[in-house]
Design a protein around this ligand. Structure first.
Ligand SMILES: NC(=O)c1ccc[n+]([C@@H]2O[C@H](COP(=O)([O-])OP(=O)(O)OC[C@H]3O[C@@H](n4cnc5c(N)ncnc54)[C@H](O)[C@@H]3O)[C@@H](O)[C@H]2O)c1
Length: 295
């Protein structure tokens, strides 16, 4: 059980939605928080809100896609204190439309924010967190779409699969360190993500059917779960050391369908004469673990 009181958390996308909700829930338990966001004004206002509630808080500007911006954020954070909880959470929606017509710049931006940024986040803080005598924790925000992909943006879905993959691989890597890891897999939540995506999109705004889809998504998400409850769940996961953070159990039946569909295709070997991979040997060569779990 990790006591978050007195710890310092660095949260990307911390000015809004799930990031701010996690910051609020951590602050309510006595943690200090750094709200890092590309929107400097919103980060400053969000920090002020938590400061008024008595929290130790710093709001800073950070573009998670920009390595230089991470260097500056790391310096500002270290001047404020030692980060023990890292929430790599910033994300944007991916736009819509057929894959073959996808705007290349929007595709790259989506991957840079949603997937690649986890590398910069870890590069900035993870070595210090591992070296610290204090227990640390990393939370990476993926999405339910990385388990059950709905017919929405290929860029968003695939970048969230990449994020889940990063978290799965890090689960192995962090297994014998003092840094725990969680992967957040939310269903729908009533945040600003559609507006944020529209504001930050590095290309012409969407028109026609794509704009209508985005408008419809905004309506659907408005009825989603309160970000506050998800932030509180994230804090419980940090405290309990939960790897998976599933917040929306109503998706379980479809998760089972996806998995069953995949498992049903395992029966046929491409080479029935092959003796089979030496999986036991592979596990033994990797400290007896697979996906971070002792096998
Ligand atoms: N809202 C949902 O239904 C939902 C569901 C599953 C997963 N998620 C994920 O939750 C995370 C948070 O999204 P949210 O729903 O709270 O949206 P949000 O728009 O309310 O908050 C995201 C924050 O990230 C910031 N941001 C965007 N690009 C950035 C960049 N380049 N550098 C730094 N900050 C940047 C935005 O300014 C914003 O403050 C995302 O990773 C999203 O994919 C959201």
């Amino acid at each position: 059980m990790m006591d978050v009181s007195g710890k310092l958390a660095f949260i990307t996308g911390g000015a809004s939605g799930l990031g701010f909700a996690t910051a609020s829930a951590l602050a309510a338990k006595g943690a200090g928080v750094i709200l890092a966001d590309i929107d400097a004004d919103r980060a400053a206002k969000a920090a002020e809100t938590l400061r008024d509630q008595g929290a130790k808080v710093l709001g800073i500007q950070l573009d998670v896609t920009n390595e230089q911006s991470w260097v500056s954020a790391g310096e500002q954070a270290r001047a404020f204190g030692a980060v023990q909880i890292l929430c790599s959470n910033a994300g944007v929606g991916g736009g819509s439309g057929p894959f073959e017509e996808y705007d290349t710049e929007v595709w790259r931006w989506n991957y840079a924010v949603n997937a690649h940024a986890h590398l910069y986040a870890c590069r900035t803080f993870l070595a210090d967190m591992k070296a610290s005598k204090e227990p640390g924790h990393l939370v990476i925000t993926s999405s339910m779409v990385a388990i059950v992909p709905p017919p929405i943006s290929v860029a968003y879905i695939s970048s969230k699969y990449a994020t889940l993959g990063i978290a799965m691989a890090l689960r192995n890597e962090l297994a014998d360190t003092g840094v725990g890891i969680s992967v957040l897999m939310p269903g729908m939540s009533a945040t600003r993500i559609v507006e944020t995506t529209r504001d930050l999109r590095p290309a012409q705004g969407e028109t026609g059917a794509a704009a209508e889809t985005s408008q419809a998504m905004q309506g659907v998400l408005a009825g989603g779960m309160s970000p506050a409850r998800i932030g509180e769940r994230v804090v419980r996961a940090i405290e309990n050391g939960d790897y998976w953070i599933f917040t929306h159990p109503e998706w379980k039946a479809l998760a089972e369908r996806v998995t069953a569909d995949m498992l049903a295709s395992f029966e046929e070997s491409a080479d029935p004469a092959y003796q089979g991979d030496d999986i036991d040997g592979l596990i033994a060569a990797n400290g007896g673990r697979m996906f971070g779990i002792k096998i």
